[in-house]
Design a protein around this ligand. Structure first.
Ligand SMILES: [Zn+2]
Length: 104
């Protein structure tokens, strides 16, 4: 199940993307056990969406201000496969040495 902050502008695009993932899988894996349509909720009322917002904020502070305090507490919980981080991705120069690129 995927729950996303309610944003009418991107709801249709995300729903279509999720249907595509359901049919073709993602870059890393097929998705067998997931509901095809995301649920859109008001983030003011949903603590897990607020937690996702906090993760996004920590990533932004890390990349824009080189602040590591928040990201250090969150990054240790990023999904890993065979010891490599797959739950967070930094799309950048292949030579990037940030903590995310170094862990994949
Ligand atoms: Zn990087």
């Amino acid at each position: 199940m995927i729950i996303h902050d309610n944003n009418q502008t991107i709801a249709k695009r995300l729903t279509d993307l999720m249907i595509q993932f359901h049919v073709n899988g993602t870059l890393w894996t097929k998705i067998k056990n997931i509901i095809e349509t995301p649920l859109f909720v008001d983030s003011q009322l949903t603590s897990m969406v607020q937690a996702a917002d906090l993760c996004s904020y920590a990533l932004r502070r890390y990349f824009e201000n080189q602040e590591g305090e928040l990201i250090n507490n969150i990054f240790i919980r990023a999904d890993r496969k065979d010891g490599k981080v797959v739950g967070v991705r930094h799309f950048s120069d292949p030579k990037c040495q940030c903590m995310i690129c170094s862990a994949r």
